[in-house]
Design a protein around this ligand. Structure first.
Ligand code: PSU
Ligand code: MN
Length: 319
């Protein structure tokens, strides 16, 4: 096949400000399927060594389904699009010593020559810049409960409003205010779809009681939706919500009561801001004796499977 320059933002790729793994660059140049992956889920979302193992397994699932994985992180001040195993392990071992890097933190981490694990917002930013339209994660941030008072609203939501990347996730955790999160996404013009489901999922459980206007049932239709968004240059993102696999959602109710307890503890201990999500994830894992981590790993892998298939279908459409 004829080699061509990546279609998007060639000046950005050639700027030297980001490093693209050779395999990812090659796939982009050939118009092959690539799946972008975030790294906060590795550093802050799970403990070592499960985080490293999961990161590798997720990459393997993407490969087995015909796409190239591109995990995004900032190492020694350089944003990397695609990490090798050594870099992945470094991130996994460093864990919370790495800065949780949302869009607002990118310039600071780069300027300081630091290490940053990119959240959904920062990872989407880089994915769009180098022309990767499909991104997989576990769950996205949202409007926090009482967000109407605290204004604690994840920059994942505003990023979705202005960055043309499709985010495959298991929805939004019930530690957040799901109805308000969906309202906020609507305000920002984000297309929200469920995948093989009628209701928007709540991460650990299949349903949230919330309906969304669009339902997708296969990778091809998902790819058509993403393709239309790109062709029309809407400029906004798409959230594709895939429910947790049935065999893991059973523990959802136990996890749900642990979440209620953890949210209470966070309030009592004044845990707020960007420390809230990592605190809640770790505490819920303790309270459920590891059941939430098992469910978390299962849903991320499932999202990787769905995301890879969508990326392959999209690459066919755009060849
Ligand atoms: N939700 C999860 N696991 C995670 C995160 C969210 O179930 O690891 C991470 C993601 O990186 C997401 C970020 O982008 O937390 C949102 O953080 P905040 O709420 O501070 O915006
Ligand atoms: Mn926040």
């Amino acid at each position: 096949m004829e080699l061509r320059q990546p279609r998007f933002q060639q000046d950005y790729i050639g700027s030297g400000h980001v490093k693209i793994a050779p395999e990812v660059y090659d796939a982009l140049a050939r118009g092959k399927a690539v799946v972008a992956l975030e790294s906060t889920i590795i550093s802050h979302g799970m403990p070592y060594p499960q985080n490293f193992r999961t990161a590798k397994e997720v990459e393997a699932i993407v490969r087995d389904n015909g796409a190239i994985p591109a995990t995004i992180a900032i190492l020694d001040g350089t944003p990397y699009i695609g990490l090798n195993d050594e870099q992945l392990e470094r991130l996994a071992v460093l864990g919370r010593k790495v800065r949780k890097t949302a869009r607002r933190d990118i310039a600071y981490v780069v300027a300081a020559g630091g290490n940053g694990a990119t959240t959904v917002s920062a990872s989407m930013f880089f994915a769009a810049k180098v022309g990767i339209p499909v991104f997989v994660t576990g769950g996205i941030g949202g409007v926090h409960r009482h967000g109407e008072q605290t204004l604690d609203i994840s920059s994942d939501l505003t990023e979705l409003g202005k960055t043309p990347v499709a985010v495959i996730s298991a929805g939004v955790k019930s530690i957040l205010d799901i109805p308000r999160t969906l309202e906020y996404l609507e305000t920002h013009g984000v297309t929200v779809a469920t995948y093989k489901a009628d209701e928007f999922p709540a991460f650990f459980t299949e349903s949230s009681g919330c309906k969304v206007p669009c339902r997708l049932d296969n990778p091809e239709d998902s790819a058509k939706l993403i393709n239309a968004n790109l062709n029309l240059k809407l400029g906004s993102g798409i959230l594709i919500a895939v429910p947790i696999p049935k065999e893991y959602s059973a523990s959802g109710n136990i996890i749900e009561s642990a979440i209620q307890k953890a949210v209470q503890e966070a309030m009592e201990n004044n845990v707020a801001g960007n420390a809230a999500t990592p605190f809640l994830l770790a505490r819920v894992n303790e309270l459920t004796g590891g059941a939430s981590l098992t469910a978390n790993i299962a849903l991320v892998k499932n999202n990787a499977l769905v995301g890879a298939k969508i990326a392959v279908a999209l690459a066919h459409l755009r060849q």
